[in-house]
Write a protein that binds this ligand. Structure first.
Ligand SMILES: [Zn+2]
Length: 391
């Protein structure tokens, strides 16, 4: 931890002290105490570490576990100084006894309390949920900023997002884009990934914004950035091309099972309709790639019914429910969307379904299968263009 109490109860943050003062502090061998458990803590300072306090090896303090090391301490300190520099009221490692939590930073901003957690190591999903919900219970907003070393970049608009990172997706209001935040204490870069859509089960493409911390204000951190529609459409067309042409030599697991399913359904991969593998913003909730669950809905539910039949979101949800992350898995998202409902709306745009109510549709046309790969690819492009003109 970066802060401890002195004998007279004053808080001290050695990392913010000038070097001579720090050396004096060490030489004086004054005693410092943990603000949480009141036990004596040891001042650690040197060339290679951010000056901080550590508990003794046998300490039994809730704040002593999960030490995240110098990387974390350095980043936390940067963020603290950054907020102080904007004349904001911010507390470092504030202890909140009513929920027994200690956010890295507690910011007082426009009559709101905002906990800022700088998370650099992997913790359990239970812990992420319980910490986030703890803040919510006491009316504190929370922003989780991940250590940049957890960022897996795959292109200038593409990140790999595993099931751990997925839990840190923020959406403060319904109109706010899906967002992830990262900070690197080495480069002092604050990285935002926003308005993204999963293209695969653990890859997403969206708007990546990189700023030096000092070039950004706190409202700038939370500012919404969007990927323009034309860019999104262009990338999705490439994605569809890649999907059509990718090698299918060795397949495992769900992909192999899916190809077996296609075979049983007498469907050829090359001639799948353009409405398989469409962009769905709620795809972050799916444990399967879009082409799998979307083709299940098309050929298990819709294709088997005659025109005029009623198709419900519920019936379609039924076949994918085992592959849906529960909404509790996203404690930072205000209202997790229904990917299936979103997909059925795309099918309305495609002229396959017609809305009856929010979750009920009429089938109005049969699913058209292209006759060869070339036509399939042309139809893919045409439909994506159409979809984004409507959007
Ligand atoms: Zn302690």
């Amino acid at each position: 931890m970066l802060q401890a109490k002195s004998k007279n109860g004053k808080y001290i943050t050695p990392a913010l002290l000038p070097k001579n003062r720090l050396l004096q502090l060490k030489a004086d061998s004054e005693s410092f105490y943990c603000p949480v458990c009141e036990e004596k803590v040891i001042l650690r300072a040197g060339e290679k570490v951010v000056a901080h306090f550590a508990h003794t090896a046998n300490a039994n303090c809730p704040s002593s576990g999960g030490g995240e090391g110098a990387y974390h301490e350095q980043g936390k300190l940067h963020l603290y100084e950054w907020l102080l520099g904007q004349d904001l009221t911010v507390e470092l490692e504030a202890h909140l006894p009513e929920i027994n939590q200690r956010p890295d930073l507690l910011l007082y901003y426009r009559k709101r309390k905002i906990a800022i957690e700088y998370q650099c190591s992997r913790i359990s999903s239970d812990e992420i949920i319980s910490r986030t919900n703890g803040y919510k219970r006491t009316g504190i907003h929370v922003v989780w900023i991940l250590g940049e070393r957890l960022l897996k970049r795959k292109g200038n608009k593409v990140l790999k997002i595993d099931s751990f990172t997925r839990m840190f997706i923020h959406q403060f209001t319904e109109a706010y884009p899906l967002s992830l935040f990262y900070y690197c204490p080495f480069t002092r870069n604050l990285i935002k990934f926003q308005d993204f859509t999963f293209t695969n089960k653990n890859r997403a493409m969206g708007k990546l914004t990189i700023n030096r911390l000092e070039a950004l204000t706190f409202p700038g951190l939370l500012a919404k950035e969007f990927l323009p529609n034309y860019q999104f459409a262009t990338i999705w067309k490439k994605e569809k091309n890649y999907f059509r042409l990718r090698g299918r030599g060795r397949m495992f697991g769900e992909e192999r099972n899916w190809h077996r399913w296609l075979y049983r359904k007498d469907l050829q991969f090359e001639k799948l309709p353009a409405i398989v593998h469409l962009p769905v913003s709620g795809a972050y909730r799916m444990k399967l790639p879009g082409w799998i669950w979307q083709s299940w809905i098309l050929f298990e539910v819709i294709a088997v019914k005659p025109n005029g039949s009623v198709i419900t979101t519920q019936a379609c949800n039924h076949i994918v429910q085992n592959y849906l992350f529960p909404s509790e898995y996203f404690p930072l998202i205000v209202t997790p969307v229904q990917p299936v409902r979103e997909y059925l709306r795309h099918l309305c745009s495609a002229g396959i379904l017609r809305h009856v109510s929010a979750d009920s549709f009429h089938k109005i046309a049969e699913i058209h299968l292209p006759d060869q790969l070339e036509t399939a690819m042309i139809e893919d492009g045409d439909f994506i263009t159409e979809l984004f003109q409507k959007k």
